[in-house]
Design a protein around this ligand. Structure first.
Ligand code: F6P
Length: 527
């Protein structure tokens, strides 16, 4: 199947995307409207034959059976022997979800109610600031969503501290009042060095100011014992099961800071959005299934055509942290070199994901996207309506820019057109030719566009669930376990060993020359 797709890729490379629109119904045929979102993938090289071959790829990989197994609580995270059930966290009005013969829904919904009770209590109290201390999946999801949903914030301000760099917590604590600040320690394992170091610093900050930390800390964790050891009482600990992966955890307790900020009702709307996308993913046939198509288009660009990176370009300033969130989701899930059975992967793993909001990116890196020698498939996204009716002209400009970029990438500008422009400016001869060549845009560069009505909690839920399922589908086709992350372990181990060396308590002997040199430099300038 891959060979077949590579052959189709070779044929596609010979033609221009723009020409595919000679078929007047292409836009409708190569886009999908589901759960109120419009996903337009017509500005890619896909034609019916390629799409059918890609869908066959999904069929051959048994995506539907794997999907059903995931939703049914089968232990599909095989290297850790766990189910993968973040979908249960948003199964608001769904039926039972069984894990090892037990329905987990009463516990999930009970925890959601407890979270809502605490959120209401905090919102009604004198708490002005909430500091979420967590990293990776215990930070990126709530931090991204908090920013995305700022028009809905009617509760305390939230701050997100993640980096072990003391600058992070120092900058956040400066200006906060210890009497009105609540710390939320978010860590699935409750052992992550960055989070525990920051949590200890927060505790010391309170102690130094004579404020008891007993009422000022909340724990969100799968490791209740560790949270208790840390002195956070059971009543202020919100647990979740090990079948919620870190980067899929914002739907449950890890979303608490978001819930405090926007209120339990809006948080539930976010969950409902996710659930609606789940329902679509479960019910729609593969060729009309948005997460499946998003995955297949991505795989066409990455695994078939060899474009190693993917730019995520939200024309929505409030989605500024979405690229970072998707980086973890995609790269920690599908950045693996071996398949389920431990054999080497037969094709490339997931792509490098990066991006920034438009229009800012246009004035920074779009130059390379338009005229660089590498093709960067772009994923645009934009809301039909903003939240600032009085600034509608801003939004119109935003949308126009978003649409203009995908059009420009596809159409480009030929040498002849560039010459014409130079001629109109009065240039001629060699100078005309030289100047014209700098103004050529190769075009034929693929992009997709996701349009949504407005960035509401519900819509954000749909978008996040869409991307989660996309990553799942890619993982199934690649035969990767998308739910472990062994690749982060080695660095953690070496950092633990280097700690005493960097602080001058142990010798760097036995380390490589480069590491020794770097340590020497640091020790020399250490104050
Ligand atoms: O970096 C690895 C990782 O385990 C992520 O998968 C996870 O989201 C993050 O660290 C934080 O882990 P925890 O929530 O256990 O502190």
């Amino acid at each position: 199947m891959w060979d077949d797709l590579k052959r189709l890729g070779g044929i596609a490379a010979e033609r221009r995307i723009e020409d595919l629109f000679e078929n007047g119904s292409r836009a409708g045929e190569f886009s999908l409207n589901a759960a109120g979102l419009l996903f337009d993938y017509s500005k890619t090289q896909l034609d019916e034959q390629i799409r059918a071959a890609l869908v066959r790829l999904a069929q051959d990989a048994d995506v539907e059976a794997r999907r059903d197994a995931m939703f049914a609580g089968a232990p599909i995270n095989e290297t850790e022997g766990r189910a993968v059930l973040h979908t249960a966290l948003r199964n608001l009005d769904g039926g039972p979800v069984m894990v090892d013969g037990t329905d987990v829904m009463p516990e999930v919904l009970g925890t959601l109610d407890r979270m809502a009770a605490l959120a209401d209590e905090v919102r009604a109290s004198d708490v002005t600031d909430v500091v979420n201390i967590g990293i990776g999946g215990s930070d990126l999801g709530p931090a991204m969503a908090y920013r995305a949903l700022s028009p809905y914030r009617d509760g305390p301000r939230c701050h997100f501290v993640s980096n072990v760099d003391g600058a992070d917590i120092a900058d956040v604590l400066r200006g906060l009042d210890p009497q009105t600040t609540l710390f939320v320690v978010a860590s699935k394992t409750f052992t992550t060095i960055e989070t525990m170091t920051n949590a200890r610093t927060a505790k010391a900050w309170l102690d130094d100011r004579g404020v008891s930390s007993a009422e000022r800390f909340v724990a969100l964790s799968s490791n209740r014992a560790k949270a208790a050891e840390w002195g956070i009482p059971e009543s202020r600990t919100f647990g979740f099961a090990d079948w919620v992966g870190g980067r899929y955890s914002m739907w449950g307790p890890i979303g608490l800071s978001l819930m405090i900020a926007i209120g339990p009702q809006a948080f539930r709307a976010f969950l409902r959005g996710g659930q609606e996308m789940d329902r679509h993913f479960l019910a729609a046939p593969l060729h009309q299934n948005m997460p499946v198509l998003l995955a297949l288009v991505g795989m066409w660009h990455n695994q078939v055509l060899g474009h190693a990176t993917r730019a995520v370009l939200p024309y929505d300033n409030r989605l500024a942290r979405l690229p970072a969130y998707l980086q973890q989701l995609e790269m920690e899930s599908n950045g693996k070199g071996v398949s389920m059975d431990g054999a080497d992967l037969r094709c490339e793993s997931g792509p490098v994901v990066w991006g920034e909001p438009g229009t800012n990116g246009q004035h920074a890196f779009y130059q390379l996207i338009h005229q660089g020698t590498r093709v960067v498939p772009c994923e645009f996204m934009v809301a039909a309506t903003g939240h600032e009716p009085e600034l509608r002209h801003h939004h119109d400009l935003l949308v126009a820019n978003c649409l203009a970029q995908s059009e420009a990438l596809m159409k480009g500008r030929s040498l002849e057109e560039a010459r014409e422009i130079m001629r109109a400016k009065g240039l001629e001869g060699d100078e005309l030719e030289r100047q014209a060549r700098h103004r050529v845009f190769p075009g034929n560069r693929p992009s997709t566009t996701l349009v949504y009505p407005q960035l509401t909690p519900e819509v954000l839920g749909k978008i996040v669930a869409l991307y989660e399922h996309r990553v799942f589908v890619e993982g199934v086709i690649l035969d990767i376990n998308s739910f472990d992350q062994w690749g982060v372990e080695l660095g953690k181990e070496l950092a633990t060993a280097l700690g005493p060396i960097v602080s001058g308590e142990a010798s760097a002997e036995g380390k490589d020359g480069s590491t020794r040199q770097l340590v020497d430099y640091v020790l020399l300038y250490r104050t």
